[in-house]
Ligand binder design. Structure first.
Ligand code: FAD
Length: 420
């Protein structure tokens, strides 16, 4: 693959407006965004609003985006996949240039992104928002082929439907197993929301069946709230086994439909493996991920600590204590866009306060939430002391139902912001 590129020829291939000479002027800077998910889509829209004359190019292989939040309701048969699917039409109308190809490489020296069709796109600034990839093989026996039998459903789409269909086909009385990796992974409370909704499905549709959660951790997000809900709703349909109680899974065997811990081989009819994860592969190609598999960034600008002019947002980043959530990716996308505009104008972004709210369903009609408030001062992300918190324990049904309605409003708002 050659990195020799003729900037003028490439711009005309992509149908871009002609630039003055070979070097773009600042107002016509070219920003390329890789990944049109919660982080990338909002960053692209925000940049186009803030710099109408700039070329904002969104590289995303898929013609529609399938959202993970609320996909646990699909798994449990309470929601249709069409409600999870969003088009890029609004971005197109707003002047964001959509390139439906996969980015396969990045050359930080030449400042180009190489696409799967062989075209290289130059950038002045690049934003990577590729989400996560599975670490195939990190859990013995779990590779892409095994995922067709033991779905992860941790990227929404065909995997979500596969897990739903397997639950539908389950015989009453058969066992369901879910494995959860150690942190960090996409959506810390997501496995426990899914567990709640699967347990609800079993209780109402297959009452002699049970879900066993094998966890790589001893504690988890919103733990007291989930455990309260499980004790109330699912005492006979859900069992959680912590890492120190032989919950850590050492291998899976897809043909045999077994999951092995240190002391036991467990056979089940449906096995949902949520595997260890890392930043999307393009982060490795760009040289912005470190030995952890995630991307260290400057908390003010989201610029990579490893490569200049490349910014990383969303799940791919190391931004703890901010969780890997759509809420975080949305906020990071907006802040990153503003930082790029300021940097292009030779200004320095100021520290600010960031927040995250994550809702989780405990039944199809009830939800609980966690709020976090963070600072990006002093070259790090940190919790703002005394801010944020959890839904109250022992709350009346009306509070849980109100939170479920708030969750729906949040989903509508965040998807409208990203996709219009
Ligand atoms: P994504 O949204 O995954 O977007 C990445 C995009 O990049 C994809 O469209 C992909 O096609 C594209 N891409 C990847 N590689 C390339 C490449 N090489 N070239 C071009 N494009 C590429 N978060 C919440 O806030 N609230 C919730 O209730 C919630 N529930 C969840 C439930 C489940 C079951 C799961 C799995 C996740 C949930 N999340 C939730 C987390 C949320 O989905 C992610 O945090 C969010 O999607 C991260 O956004 P992102 O932009 O980093 O990545």
């Amino acid at each position: 693959m050659s990195w020799q590129i003729n900037r003028r020829a490439l711009l005309s291939t992509l149908g871009l407006v002609p630039l003055m000479g070979l070097t773009p002027v600042r107002t016509q800077a070219q920003v390329v965004i890789v990944g049109g998910g919660f982080g990338g889509a909002i960053a692209a829209r925000q940049l186009k609003r803030l710099m109408p004359e700039a070329e904002i190019i969104l590289v995303e292989p898929n013609r529609t985006y399938t959202a993970c939040p609320f996909s646990n309701l699909v798994v449990a048969g309470r929601r249709d996949m069409t409600a999870q699917t969003f088009s890029y039409e609004t971005l197109d109308k707003e002047g964001v240039m959509l390139v439906h190809e996969r980015a396969v490489d990045v050359n930080p020296d030449a400042q180009t992104v190489m696409l799967s069709d062989g075209i290289a796109i130059p950038y002045d600034r690049l934003i990577l928002s590729p989400g996560v990839d599975m670490r195939w093989g990190a859990l013995e026996g779990y590779d892409q082929a095994a995922a067709e039998r033991l779905p992860h459903a941790w990227k929404a789409g065909a995997q979500t439907v596969l897990l739903r269909d397997q639950l539908n086909a389950l015989e009453d009385g058969e066992l369901v197993v879910m494995t959860v990796p150690p942190a960090p992974y996409r959506c810390p409370p997501g496995p426990y929301e899914r567990a709640s909704l699967i347990a609800h499905y079993l209780k109402t549709q297959k009452p002699r069946s049970k879900l066993l959660i094998l966890d790589g951790k001893d504690s988890f997000s919103k733990m007291p709230l989930f455990q309260e809900a499980w004790a109330e709703h699912y005492p006979d349909h859900l069992e959680w086994r912590s890492a120190s109680n032989d919950g850590r899974v050492s291998r899976v065997d897809a043909p045999a439909m077994t999951v092995s811990t240190d002391f036991e081989d467990i056979q089940a009819a449906v096995i949902n493996v949520i595997p260890p994860q890392k930043a999307g592969a393009i982060a490795d190609a760009a040289g912005v991920s470190d030995a952890t598999g995630w991307c260290p960034i400057d908390p003010l600008t989201f610029e990579s600590r490893l490569q200049p002019n490349i910014h990383v947002i969303g799940d791919a980043t190391i931004a703890a204590p901010m969780p890997k959530s759509a809420f975080s990716a949305n906020l990071q996308g907006k802040l990153c866009a503003m930082a790029i505009v300021q940097m292009l104008a030779d200004q320095t972004p100021e520290p600010t306060v960031l927040a995250n709210t994550c809702y989780s369903y405990t039944t199809p009609e009830e939800a609980v939430s966690i709020v976090g408030v963070y600072s990006n001062r002093n070259d790090q992300f940190s919790n703002v002391d005394g801010a944020g918190g959890l839904s109250p324990l022992a709350a009346p049904l009306s509070v849980r139902q109100a939170e479920a309605r708030q969750a729906e409003s949040w989903f509508k708002a965040v998807t409208a912001e990203a996709f219009g």
